[in-house]
Design a protein around this ligand. Structure first.
Ligand SMILES: CCCC/C=C\CC(=O)SCCNC(=O)CCNC(=O)[C@H](O)C(C)(C)COP(=O)(O)OP(=O)(O)OC[C@H]1O[C@@H](n2cnc3c(N)ncnc32)[C@H](O)[C@@H]1OP(=O)(O)O
Length: 281
């Protein structure tokens, strides 16, 4: 069942900034008490590859933000050139049987928490954002991206297929024709192209500017009744969320069947090798 999350109108404290979560995690949450906005930063070197642990920390941080009366969430990265390289391919290549189940289930949980978040969400995309990285950004309500980076759901380029909920997320932003074509092509958009098609909302020239633009977006809700806003967002997103909630087990089994196909494993191995070769040059 979809959860109805109530927002509180409790006034903010006066401290400028509070670190809400520990630096030993792969994410940090920093709440600006002046604005009430929480910045959730991914910090898993070298490329913010989404492995089981980063996904767990993301989920915990989103829950923390939901629970601490923040009035918005900005997702960003501590890496100056990479927002997130998407799913950690090492989780899917020659996978451990138990771990890969936990990994995919955790990815589902993160998406349900972020796409379904009751607070306004924005992504300050301060670096490349392929595949799973694009999914995270696209799950937010607003995106601001820095120039000279790329973003997109490139799964077909790796010989893998984005599940239905990745597609629904794309469709919540892009016109159907654009979503279908770019998913089929596995297209990576430059920042400027992403702005043109509407995959991102604004371009900023620095991370600070991107964060400020995200905060401005969240501030547009300052005078909107929080419960009405949150329930409206939920209604917009409920069909997509409900579909995954209803089909989680089948979605997991489908993923496991697909990822364990010898041809898919071979393709992932070749792709990993090409990434490693590239990083050595
Ligand atoms: C049915 C399944 C559905 C699955 C749905 C979603 C799928 C995904 O999300 S799959 C992941 C797709 N991601 C990509 O295709 C991105 C691949 N990476 C890159 O394009 C570049 O690394 C990137 C542009 C992000 C950054 O470039 P650089 O700054 O030049 O870094 P390097 O390329 O040198 O990489 C450093 C280091 O990281 C390793 N790496 C990069 N990406 C990944 C990844 N996604 N998973 C695991 N490892 C990754 C890369 O191999 C290098 O490793 P070393 O050689 O050991 O240093």
């Amino acid at each position: 069942m979809m959860r109805t999350k109530l927002l509180s109108l409790v006034p903010r404290a006066t401290v400028a900034c509070r670190h809400m979560s520990s630096a030993t995690k792969l994410t940090t949450v920093e709440v600006n008490d002046k604005t009430g906005i929480a910045t959730l930063t991914m910090n898993r070197p070298p490329v913010n590859g989404l492995n089981l642990e980063l996904l767990r920390d993301l989920q915990q941080s989103i829950e923390e933000i939901e629970g601490n009366k923040s009035c918005g969430l900005i997702l960003t990265s501590s890496n100056p050139t990479i927002f997130s390289a998407g799913l950690d391919i090492l989780e899917m290549y020659k996978p451990d049987k138990e771990r890969i189940r936990a990994f995919w289930t955790q990815l589902q949980d993160v998406w349900l928490a972020l796409y379904g978040s009751s607070v306004p969400t924005a992504a300050a995309i301060n670096g490349h954002s392929p595949a799973g990285g694009c999914l995270l950004a696209a799950s937010c309500e607003y995106r601001v991206m820095l120039p000279k980076f790329t973003i997109g759901l490139n799964e077909t380029q790796l010989g893998i297929v984005a599940p239905q909920w990745f597609m629904s997320t794309y469709l919540s932003i892009l016109p159907r024709r654009e979503a279908e074509r770019s998913l089929n092509q596995g297209r990576m958009f430059t920042t400027e192209e992403a702005l043109r098609v509407g995959l991102v909302d604004e371009i900023a020239s620095s991370k600070e500017e991107a964060l400020a633009k995200c905060a401005d977006f969240i501030a547009t809700f300052a005078k909107v009744n929080p419960l009405a806003r949150s329930l409206t967002k939920q209604q917009f997103r409920s069909a997509d969320l409900q579909q995954l909630e209803n089909e989680r087990v089948q979605d997991l089994e489908k993923f496991l069947f697909f990822i364990n196909q010898p041809a898919v494993q071979k393709g992932l191995g070749i792709y990993l090798e090409s990434l490693k070769k590239k990083s050595k040059n």
